[in-house]
Design a protein. Structure first.
Length: 505
């Protein structure tokens, strides 16, 4: 323990070198902007700015890219809350309650909650990273396809209850998402499937951001136009204000959500360390669990503070967790860390167990930089809240075209294919109609995220076991996870029975 603290102290001496400190502050500010732009996200941001890092030493380069990663995790919440458009897939769950809070004139509360929860999630995960890296890396190493599928089943189980009491509509929504996630080329045979008569645009599948931006960007815009028309054209967010006193009051109110923050942080970190899992499933699982353990689950989707706190704590914790297998095993835990891994190899730093021995200054400088980046990202984020609120106060006649253009950019950016832009517009109309018919949107969006992760894990597991399902229940880690998932899946069906028993009692 003493040795770790000494190494961490030496890491802070690297961080507080003027050049590295400026790289952290600049990286956090850039990341905040990149994360807030629909369609960009941390992956594109780190990839675009990777060439700039060859101008500085390797340690400063990775610190800069890690700061961008952190800033982007914070920034993703901004467009989710402001405009209802997820800045990246990791911020989708924040949209569920962040946007309703903004409509209620509490955008500053939602933004403050997102910033503070991100800070708490980041801090807890960096502490876990600092003191428990080797044993946690071993856990990540033994996670194979059966464990990954069990984890995806657990994620499905946690959000079965997201559609409220109407289980049938929720299951229908999930099935739509799973069908959409299957579009493209079969992962094992390579045969095209569900491509509607050979439309080439479907060959690469349906990009998750195209669906999310269509439903939560275009669909939300159409819904808001209708609501504004009913309200006589008055902006639904004109009540939003921000003062120092109000910000302090919001932070005090957040103390009541400390359990949700710790739950989201811990869950997000452990999901983040698993190879190929990443921050998106972690944030979605945290949101689902927060709703299930809440004293007032009916408030979720209408502006629940826990609905912002849980996913934001989880996605920031997962972003740190995903660095652990990258550094200790050389296995990227997310798409962004895959780019960081490539950068490290270019700079002559070979990830793996020897990295902690051969390049101590680099490793501990990077870990210490995560503490600093977390703090600066929080300060920059809270400092920008007044400007963000000013944008929210613009008349919707000005905001609507801006939202529409941002949606088009976000739909085009990931694949640079006009097919996806048209698809996004169709999803927008479809999402609007589903909302009018009172179908839950969240399960469909979440299913298209988890579908491409669950399917290969299931098929690989069945190939290993020659088609036997026992493999999911007999292994050390997958067994308990799968049993927990099955219990959670049946909980919503038992609730009506429990209510009847209570009424009779």
């Amino acid at each position: 323990m003493v040795e770790i603290l000494q190494l961490l102290a030496s890491g802070f001496t690297v961080v507080f070198e003027p050049q590295n400190l400026m790289l952290i502050i600049g990286g956090c500010a850039l990341g905040l902007f990149i994360g807030a732009m629909p369609g960009l996200g941390s992956v594109n941001g780190v990839a675009i700015l990777l060439p700039l890092t060859f101008l500085v030493p390797p340690t400063g380069a990775v610190i800069f890219l890690a700061a961008i990663y952190y800033g982007a995790m914070y920034g993703g919440a901004i467009s989710s809350i402001m405009l209802g458009i997820p800045g990246a897939s990791t911020a989708v769950a924040t949209t569920f309650d962040g946007r309703p809070l903004a409509k209620l004139g509490l955008a500053d509360k939602a933004l403050t909650a997102a910033a503070v929860a991100s800070f708490v999630g980041g801090t807890i995960s960096v502490i876990l990273f600092t003191f428990f890296a080797p044993p946690l890396a071993h856990v990540a190493l033994v996670f194979g396809a059966p464990e990954e599928f069990a984890l995806m089943m657990l994620a499905f189980a946690t959000f079965i209850g997201l559609g409220g009491d109407d289980i049938y509509k929720t299951i229908f929504s999930i099935c739509i998402g799973l069908v959409l996630s299957a579009v493209g080329l079969d992962i094992i045979s390579g045969e095209p499937r569900l491509i509607l008569g050979g439309i080439t645009g479907f060959m690469h599948g349906i990009n998750f951001l195209v669906l999310a931006i269509g439903i939560y960007g275009i669909g939300e815009m159409l819904w808001t136009i209708e609501e504004n028309h009913k309200a006589g054209g008055q902006s639904m967010m004109s009540k939003a204000t921000v003062t120092v006193e109000r910000t302090i009051k919001n932070i005090k109110e957040l103390l009541g959500s400390w359990k949700t923050m710790i739950m989201g942080s811990t869950l997000g970190y452990f999901v983040g360390i698993l190879p190929a899992a990443g921050a998106t499933p972690g944030s979605l699982m945290a949101y689902g669990i927060a709703k299930q353990i809440s004293k007032d689950p009916d408030k979720f989707g209408k502006g629940a503070m826990e609905g912002v706190v849980a996913p934001e704590a989880a996605n920031n914790a997962a972003s740190t967790g995903s660095m652990l297998p990258m550094l200790t095993l050389g296995i990227p835990g997310s798409p962004t860390t895959a780019i960081l891994l490539g950068g490290m190899v270019i700079w002559g730093l070979e990830p793996g167990p020897r990295l902690f021995v051969d390049h101590q200054e680099f490793v501990w400088g990077l870990i210490a930089s995560l503490y600093a980046a977390n703090l600066f990202a929080l300060l920059i984020n809270i400092g920008f809240i007044p400007m963000i609120i000013w944008v929210l106060k613009l008349p919707f006649t000005i905001l609507a075209p801006i939202i529409f253009v941002l949606c088009l950019i976000g739909g085009y950016a990931p694949t640079q294919d006009m097919h996806d832009v048209w698809l996004m517009l169709i999803f927008g109309i479809f999402g609007y109609l589903l909302r009018k018919l009172d179908y839950p949107l969240a399960p469909a969006v979440l299913a298209i995220v988890l579908g491409p992760l669950a399917e290969p894990a299931l098929r690989q597991s069945l190939l290993i076991s020659s088609g036997s399902l026992d493999i999911f229940f007999t292994r050390t880690y997958s067994g308990p996870i799968m049993v927990t998932a099955i219990i959670l899946l049946f909980l919503p069906a038992l609730r009506p029975i429990m209510r009847r028993i209570r009424k009779k009692g």
